[in-house]
Design a protein around this ligand. Structure first.
Ligand code: GUN
Length: 285
C-alpha cells in the first residue's frame, strides 16, 4: 500500500481563509482580534517562530504586538508585563515563547497568564477544562492534528491510537483529545518496553519524540494512519520528521509529511484560538 499524503499546508490554507472571514465579521462589530507575543532572549528558532506568528496575524487581519525582552530580564519584570497584557482590552491572546532562560520559572509564568487569554492552552485551568470536556483553549499542535484528521475524513471513535512521546505540549494533550473523541489510547515513551508491540496495534500513530526517522515500517501495521509531529534535521542538515517517511509511506494508509504536514497547523490553530478569545470577549460585554 502507498499512503495517501495528508497535506497540512493545503488544510491550513483552507482553515486560514475561514478564520480571515470570521475576523472580518468581528471587525465589523468593532473588535479586532489581538495577539501579544513575548520573546525573551535571542534563541534563533524562537525568533523564527515568533516572526511567523506575526506574519500570520497580519495576513488574517489581526492585531499583533511583539514584546522583545533581554535574556537577563527578571522574572518580576516579565510577570509585570503579563499582568499589564491581562488587563489590556485590545489583546485577546497572550503567548510567551518557550523555552525561557533558566532563571525564570516557566510554570509560574504560564500560570500568570489569564486563562481567558491563554491561546497556547498551557494554563492548568485550560488543561483541566480540556480533560473534563469543557470549553477550553486547546493546545495548538494537538488541536491541529485533530483538524487534519477531521478534514481528511478519518474517523476516530473506537480506533486504537498509540501516542509515542509524553510531552506536556504535544504527547499528553493529544492523547486526551483522542480520548475525548472516544478512541482507545496508549501512551509510549522512552521507558516503554517493546515499543514495536504497542505501535503495531495502532490504527492511528502519533510520533512526537524529537528523534529523526525514529519510526520505521516495522513499527506500524498495514494501512495505519501515521501523524508525524517531529521537526528535526538529519545528518545532512535536511528537515525531517520522527517518521522514516520513505519506508513508512509504502506501508501506511495515510501519512503527514515533514515539512507541510502538522507544522502549518500549529500557527493556524493559534490564530483560531485568538479569534475564539476575541469572539468570547464580545459575549462577556
Ligand atoms: N515553543 C515551541 N513551541 C511552542 C508553542 O507552541 N508555544 C509556545 N509558547 N512556545 C513554544
Amino acid at each position: 500500500m502507498t499512503a495517501q499524503i495528508i497535506n497540512g499546508k493545503e488544510i491550513a490554507a483552507k482553515k486560514r481563509l475561514e478564520i480571515a472571514e470570521e475576523v472580518e465579521k468581528l471587525k465589523s462589530q468593532g473588535i479586532t482580534p489581538g495577539l501579544a507575543v513575548i520573546l525573551v532572549g535571542n534563541n534563533h528558532a524562537s525568533q523564527t517562530y515568533v516572526k511567523n506568528k506575526e506574519k500570520a496575524c497580519k495576513e488574517l487581519g489581526m492585531y499583533s504586538l511583539l514584546i522583545e525582552m533581554l535574556e537577563e530580564v527578571s522574572e518580576g519584570e516579565l510577570l509585570a508585563k503579563i499582568e499589564e497584557l491581562n488587563e489590556a482590552t485590545e489583546i485577546h491572546g497572550i503567548l510567551v515563547q518557550l523555552p525561557l532562560p533558566k532563571h525564570i520559572d516557566e510554570k509560574k509564568v504560564i500560570e500568570s497568564i489569564s486563562p481567558l487569554k491563554d491561546v497556547d492552552g498551557f494554563h492548568p485551568i485550560n488543561i483541566g477544562r480540556m480533560m473534563t470536556g469543557q470549553n477550553a483553549f486547546l493546545p495548538c499542535t494537538p488541536y491541529g492534528i485533530m483538524v487534519l484528521l477531521e478534514e481528511s475524513d478519518i474517523s476516530i471513535s473506537g480506533k486504537h491510537v498509540v501516542v509515542v512521546g509524553r510531552s506536556n505540549i504535544v504527547g499528553k494533550p493529544v492523547g486526551q483529545l483522542f480520548l475525548n473523541q472516544h478512541a482507545t489510547v496508549t501512551y509510549c515513551h522512552s521507558r516503554t518496553k517493546d515499543l514495536k508491540f504497542h505501535t503495531n496495534q495502532a490504527d492511528i500513530i502519533v510520533a512526537a519524540v524529537g528523534i529523526p526517522n525514529f519510526i520505521k515500517a516495522e513499527h506500524i501495521k498495514d494501512g495505519a494512519v501515521v501523524i508525524d509531529v517531529g521537526i528535526n534535521r538529519n545528518e545532512a542538515g535536511k528537515l525531517c520528521g520522527d517518521v522514516d517517511f520513505d519506508e513508512v509511506s509504502e506501508k501506511a494508509g495515510y501519512i503527514t509529511p515533514v515539512p507541510k504536514g502538522v507544522g502549518p497547523m500549529t500557527i493556524t490553530m493559534l490564530m483560531y484560538n485568538t479569534l475564539k478569545s476575541a469572539a468570547e470577549s464580545l459575549n462577556r460585554k
